[in-house]
Design a protein around this ligand. Structure first.
Ligand code: HEC
Length: 112
């Protein structure tokens, strides 16, 4: 029992950084072309916990008027289906895979 708990603890400890690292790779492949300093998308640096659709980017009314903050759950819901979360959003890319989404949300939270 104890050994199982210890192994689980080690796994849980290892999971967080690995997730963000996977997220970095996914981000570089799928998101960076618009969110890495390009005028095609807003910067995602520091957005975790801030108001949705706030910043210097010309956000769509869909995001501007959405209300709420970028919690993990909202980031997850937006990435799962941007047009369901905010009908009329200008972001067309979705991330249907649960694990990839979790990795991306972890990574976004490291952007400071
Ligand atoms: C083709 C360009 C493009 C790509 C690729 C793209 N996005 Fe976006 N993203 C946008 C645009 C444009 C917006 C603003 C949408 C709006 O105003 O409705 C946005 C908004 C966002 C926001 C909300 C930002 C805020 O400050 O409120 C998040 C989070 C986000 N994108 C994450 C991602 C992730 C993660 C990926 C990769 C899986 C990705 N995006 C890929 C164009 C893109």
């Amino acid at each position: 029992m104890l050994r199982v708990a210890a192994a689980a603890a080690v796994l849980a400890f290892a999971a967080a950084p690995a997730l963000a690292a996977d997220g970095a790779q996914l981000f570089n492949m799928q998101c960076k072309m618009c969110h890495g300093g390009s005028p095609m998308g807003p910067s995602l640096v520091g957005i975790a916990g801030t108001k949705i659709g706030e910043g210097t980017f010309a956000f769509s009314p869909a995001l501007k008027n959405k209300g709420g903050t970028w919690t993990d759950a909202n980031l997850d819901a937006f990435l799962k289906s941007p047009s369901t979360f905010a009908p009329g959003t200008k972001m067309m890319i979705s991330v249907p895979n649960d694990e990839n989404r979790a990795a991306l949300v972890s990574y976004i939270k490291t952007l400071k």
